[in-house]
Design a protein around this ligand. Structure first.
Ligand code: SF4
Length: 177
């Protein structure tokens, strides 16, 4: 059996690749591996989450998962890039009505704006009963459209708050099973 130690490099290689190649190691070597479940949909594929020094370095499919056997769909396979990505937008961007440019605002400002506008719209449109007296308790002038990277827990909270709490009827998500 071929053996190779990183501390004692062989002087010659009897294998069909170079000593330099033999000296290389997987970037995952020595990483802490944490078992996880892909958060995006109800299939629940298994993921292995690799970290070094507290830093996330990779997420891959878990071959031991009885659900997915190591496979991930394109969304689950890109979970690492969603988290670690220099292009990720980390500020609230706001474009005022009739404006042609985006402005950076604080998260607190955005949350306050959303709360005020949702309340004003709901107060103006909340319908308790229809024309025949049947109970509705609905708001049809507010809608929610979720994106593919909203996870299961976030979708649950959106449905609970908007549907059960506020009476919003139009709640959709791009990815749901
Ligand atoms: S989003 Fe893809 S990888 Fe994640 S649980 Fe669903 S099918 Fe599996």
């Amino acid at each position: 059996m071929f053996r190779f130690s990183l501390t004692r490099k062989p002087k010659t290689s009897r294998e069909p690749y170079s000593l330099e190649t033999l000296g290389k190691a997987s970037r995952l070597r020595g990483a802490t591996v944490t078992e996880g479940i892909c958060p995006y949909c109800a299939v629940g594929c298994g993921q292995l989450i690799y970290s070094k020094g507290g830093e996330l370095i990779d997420i891959e499919g878990d071959p031991e998962s009885p659900i997915s056997g190591g496979h991930l769909c394109p969304k689950g396979a890109n979970a690492f890039q969603l988290s670690v990505n220099s292009h990720r937008v980390r500020n609230v961007l706001y474009r005022a009505p009739y404006s042609d440019h985006w402005e950076t605002r604080s998260l607190e400002w955005a949350q306050e704006q959303i709360a005020q506008r949702v309340k004003a719209t709901r107060d103006a449109d909340f319908t308790t009963r229809d024309e025949q007296g049947r109970l509705l308790n609905s708001v049809r002038s507010i809608g929610s459209l979720g994106g593919a990277t909203i996870d299961n827990e976030e979708n649950y909270l959106i449905k609970k708050l908007l549907g059960g709490g506020l009476g919003v009827v139009s709640i959709e998500n791009q990815a749901r099973i």
